[in-house]
Design a protein around this ligand. Structure first.
Ligand code: ADP
Ligand code: MG
Length: 697
């Protein structure tokens, strides 16, 4: 007897359903896509019990005839393509003809549909893939599909469904995506009878984004418009660099109106932000790519969430350049003469208000808040003990001769003090800061210090990477001829830099200086250490917050004016689940009407300016899988996120006392060598390795 059997249609559909129907949101995705393909002007999504009990999608699209309504549930039944040639230019969202068949094989489905002007429509009932009933009914033009008891006949899949809150979150996020992609369609999402999103027909993306995210979010957005019709037109919005997320959840990416998760596009987006956002921090984005249909393959994944570009590199370039141009137009990057760009956004210092000059920690209550605010006005922290002013952006753009000439003309290091005063005087605004920087360059010459490594090192760094291309992916522009002393390729001992085992960290670490205003260079008995200042402070704060959970004595700072925060529909679904946790750490939050939350107080360490970003991040990342996860895990995530936002950032000058303070505190934490996300906080280069690098025996 033959061992091989052809599977029944029903089984084949259930297997296909495994790929197409992962969770309620993926059912909703297929149905909403069908409604859009049917030319709907209005789509209503109704959800009960996170979509397990009920999912109903109604549209006013073109509808189906009786025959089509029955045929639609057949596997590989589609009205959208007919020949293999059609596959190379797909203009509809659907084309595989397997969604309805798959969904109907794992749920109880009812379809009611009618064409324009027909006296009667059709109702089709189908359960677990078996057609139950086909009847005429009355309804206006359009289609309503009701999906009940998802996975009722596939217990194994049912087990993988997450909590109701998690599934609701995914559903809300899905509807949000499609609503953004189609401002011309009205959307309503109702969850357990409560309306969680309502968006009337909008004139454009901006209006739609306003309906969904509120005015505030919009204020922080920069408009993107670029690329070219042959490769990809890029449009939409990206966030100003002050909006910082530690996940990509606030990135909405679309290719030809299709919501996609695309590595290439998100990487190109990140590249656009290089120099204005530190590594590991992500912008928010609503990015739309219009790519010629034959240039993109959408038939890569059964759920159609991935695409493949024929000219991937060109698409990435278009995205990166469009984002870069938007940042430049917003004044966040400037194109320099050599074609290179520099960041111009001043680093706000209020993050650091939590460690004062003497290294004492934390401000709390009203006084602290006031002080945090006044310190935040200072555009640039002056390292007290070095007696020099860090070079400004303009100086960094000078050639080394100019730089040297200027340094030589100014041997008097005391000038830096008066310069510091001049700087803080008129400061407080971006313009103020820029004015001063310009003055520094044009008018009053700047004190420099031979100790200052920045200029020389950057130059040499560029030289080095040009000469040896250590990274293999170096793109820094070649320095102008003769602008720096030529150095032959240097040997690298990069491989000798190692993460540090906890046992080997002793208390005799001495900080020397800062590299790139981001890494503390220190020494101990065994050699040289590099300490990531952000990771170190994150670890310190994380440990502190974890202790708070037991003592429940969070210090908070009342905001003078409560800040309001508009939740996205997805965030609103997450809010109720995490609000309690957030209060443990010192937040005081109040849910106002609709999707608005008022922030009345924030944890003492958290700069008020970061509160909004942190909240957005927690709501987005503590979502989903994680809310299904143990409470303990969730607490940890909230604490890690809070620590990350409250911690000092990279590109922050630190006085030596602050470095010492940071190291002392770090050594007293539960895990001094890693940040709460598990990345290393300390790297070591042993004296032995240095000796080896110099070929000393
Ligand atoms: P696909 O979308 O890949 O064609 P589906 O299984 O999702 O496959 O749908 C099968 C067919 O049913 C579609 O091609 C379309 O003709 C029809 N259809 C599905 N949903 C709707 C709808 N909401 N309005 C009109 N026609 C629909
Ligand atoms: Mg479809």
């Amino acid at each position: 007897m033959s061992k091989i059997r052809v599977l029944s249609d029903q089984l084949a559909n259930q297997i296909a359903a495994g790929e197409v129907v992962e969770r309620p949101a993926s059912v909703a995705k297929e149905l909403v896509e069908n409604s859009i393909d049917a030319g709907a002007r209005r789509i209503e999504v109704d959800v009960e019990a996170g979509g397990r009990r009920l999912l109903r999608i109604s549209d006013d699209g073109e509808g189906m005839t009786r025959d089509d309504a029955v045929l639609a549930f057949e596997r590989h039944a589609t009205s959208k393509i007919s020949t293999v040639d059609d596959l190379s230019s797909i203009g509809t969202l659907g084309f595989r003809g397997e969604a309805l068949a798959s969904i109907a094989s794992v749920a109880r489905v009812e379809l009611v549909t009618a064409l324009e002007g027909e006296a009667e429509g059709t109702r089709v009932s189908i359960e677990g893939g078996r057609m139950r009933d086909v009847k005429p009914v009355a309804r206006p033009r359009g289609t309503t599909i009701t999906v009940r008891d998802l996975f009722f006949n596939v217990p194994a899949r049912r087990k993988f469904l997450r909590s109701e809150a998690t599934e609701s979150f995914h559903l809300a996020s899905l509807v949000t995506h499609y609503a953004l992609a189609h401002p011309e369609i009205a959307f309503v999402l109702t969850n357990n009878g409560r309306e969680s999103l309502r968006a009337a027909v909008a004139a454009n993306l901006r209006e739609r984004a306003y309906q969904i995210f509120g005015a505030e979010f919009l204020d922080n957005l920069l408009e993107v418009g670029g690329g070219n019709a042959a490769v990809a037109r890029v449009s939409g919005y990206v966030s100003a660099p002050r909006e910082r997320r530690t996940s990509r959840d606030a990135q909405y990416l679309f290719v030809n109106g299709r919501s996609v998760r695309d590595r290439l596009v998100s990487r190109a987006l990140a590249e656009g932000y290089r120099t204005v956002l530190p590594h590991g921090v992500y912008p928010a984005a609503l990015l739309f790519l219009d790519v010629p249909l034959e240039e993109v393959d959408v038939n890569v994944h059964p759920a159609k969430t991935e695409v493949r570009f024929r000219r991937a590199a060109a698409v990435a370039d278009a995205v990166r350049e469009a984002v870069r141009a938007a940042l430049a137009a917003g004044g966040y990057v400037r194109v320099a003469d050599d074609g290179g760009e520099r960041e111009v956004e001043p680093q706000s210092l209020n993050e650091f208000a939590t460690i004062d000059a003497a290294g004492n920690e934390a401000l709390s209550g009203e006084a602290g808040w006031q002080r945090a605010k006044s310190e935040a006005q200072l555009p640039q922290q002056e390292p007290i003990e070095f007696g020099f002013t860090p070079p400004t952006d303009e100086e960094l753009l000078l050639s080394s001769e100019e730089f040297a000439a200027r340094a030589a003309s100014l041997p008097d290091p005391t000038r830096s003090a008066s310069n510091a005063v001049a700087r803080s005087a008129g400061a407080g605004s971006v313009e103020g800061e820029l004015d001063h920087k310009l003055n520094d360059v044009i008018g009053a010459p700047v004190a420099t210090d031979v100790l200052s490594p920045r200029r020389g090192e950057q130059e040499r760094g560029a030289e080095l990477s040009n000469a040896t291309d250590l990274s293999g992916a170096n793109s820094s522009p070649a320095p102008q001829a003769g602008s720096a002393p030529h150095l032959p390729p240097l040997n690298s001992i990069a491989g000798a830099m190692h993460e540090v085992p906890v046992e080997s960290v002793a208390s005799n670490i001495r900080p020397l200086y800062q590299l790139e205003e981001s890494y503390i260079i220190a020494i101990d008995a065994e050699g040289m250490l590099l300490i990531d200042q952000h990771a170190a402070h994150e670890r310190i704060l994380f440990d502190k917050y974890r202790k708070l959970e037991q003592t429940r004595h969070a210090e908070s700072q009342q905001l003078l004016m409560p800040e309001t925060f508009d939740l996205t529909p997805a965030q609103a679904a997450a809010f109720d689940a995490v609000a309690g946790e957030l209060e443990t750490y010192g937040f005081s939050l109040m849910r106002l009407s609709g999707r608005t939350v008022a922030i009345k107080a924030v944890p003492a360490d958290l700069p008020a300016s970061e509160a909004r970003n942190m909240l957005a991040e927690v709501l987005e990342t503590v979502d989903a899988e994680r809310r299904g996860a143990a409470r303990e895990t969730m607490r940890e995530r909230v604490a890690a996120s809070l620590a990350c936002h409250a911690a000092i950032k990279v590109n922050m000058p630190l006085a030596i006392e602050k470095m010492r303070w940071l190291i002392d505190r770090l050594l007293n934490t539960s895990s001094p060598t890693t940040c709460p996300h598990g990345r290393p906080a300390i790297l070591r280069l042993t004296t032995r390795d240095i000796e080896r690098g110099f070929h000393r025996p």
